[in-house]
Design a protein. Structure first.
Length: 288
């Protein structure tokens, strides 16, 4: 599980020589990068909710705790560590009620969609599908038109202000080419980010999902793993502990170019009807 250490963000920036993104204090969360963009290819979200973790802590790992230690723990009065509470801080250490919250942490990235709208709208061929199934922007070909930015249903792509070109995660295409895993997966201390064959990862994720639900985490779900979804499944999918909207992810993503063929057919029909009307008017004028 993601612990929010942001090692993946740092590794991504270091390996790909990505400029800093300002590191501005947002005032909303401990998350200072807010979202994905041209200078943030990996984003670790901190979602703070006013509810307890429940069995997410104690029920995932079976441990043999000595009876004496367990008795001492049950008798110990809980103390607040002064963590953020739902109300405004007053500078006082409160009671255990202050701890009635949980953090949901998730490392977000380009989804590398099977049906990628960004590929469909790119007029220069800058965006291409690699031999690994990922989607990569060739910065030396990108002309900065920006068509791909609104085409992405996840809001992944961004334009870098100082050069006007589009940038996003490449899943470390250069590393994959020499048999290495992406820098983010390599640096993750908890193996929350895992890299490998999609079928194997889906099977592994399904087993993990089953463990969570057996532990009482009924809200756990997989996101982006289903090839039958609106983008044909994604190359990067996620195990979430709440609704996708909580993490800032669309609940039912759809490839934004899916209606383009029918739209062009309608345009062709309308253009044909218009030309027929013009021709009819011209013929009528000649007779008159």
């Amino acid at each position: 599980m993601c612990i929010g250490c942001k090692a993946c963000e740092v590794a991504c920036k270091e390996w790909n020589a990505i400029p800093d993104d300002g590191l501005a204090f947002t005032g909303m969360s401990y998350d200072n990068t807010v979202g994905l963009g041209a200078n943030t290819w990996r984003h670790v979200a901190f979602v703070e909710q006013p509810r307890r973790l429940g069995r997410q802590q104690a029920g995932l790992v079976t441990m043999d705790v000595p009876a004496e230690t367990a008795a001492q723990a049950r008798a110990r009065e809980p103390r607040s560590l002064g963590m953020p509470a739902p109300g405004p801080p007053d500078g006082q250490v409160g009671t255990a009620r202050d701890m009635d919250f949980r953090w949901l942490m998730a490392s977000d990235v380009c989804k590398h969609c099977t049906e990628a709208a960004c590929l469909d709208v790119c007029p220069t061929g800058s965006l291409f599908r690699t031999e690994f199934g990922t989607v990569v922007v060739q910065e030396d070909i990108c002309n900065g038109c920006g068509y791909c930015v609104p085409a992405c249903p996840y809001g992944v792509l961004g334009k870098r202000e100082n050069d006007g070109r589009i940038w996003k995660c490449t899943l470390c295409y250069d590393r994959l080419g020499v048999g290495q895993e992406p820098a983010c997966a390599k640096s993750c201390p908890t193996d929350s980010i895992q890299f490998g064959e999609l079928d194997e990862l889906r099977e592994r994720a399904s087993r993990r999902l089953g463990q969570l639900r057996e532990a009482g985490v009924g809200s756990a779900r997989l996101y982006g793993h289903d090839p039958r979804d609106g983008v044909g499944g994604t190359g990067a999918f996620f195990l979430l502990l709440d609704e996708p909207e909580v993490y800032g992810l669309p609940p039912d993503p759809v490839v934004t170019t899916r209606d383009l063929p029918s739209m062009w057919r309608h345009v062709a029909v309308a253009a044909t009807a218009l030309l027929a009307g013009v021709a009819a008017v011209a013929a009528w004028k000649e007779r008159v």
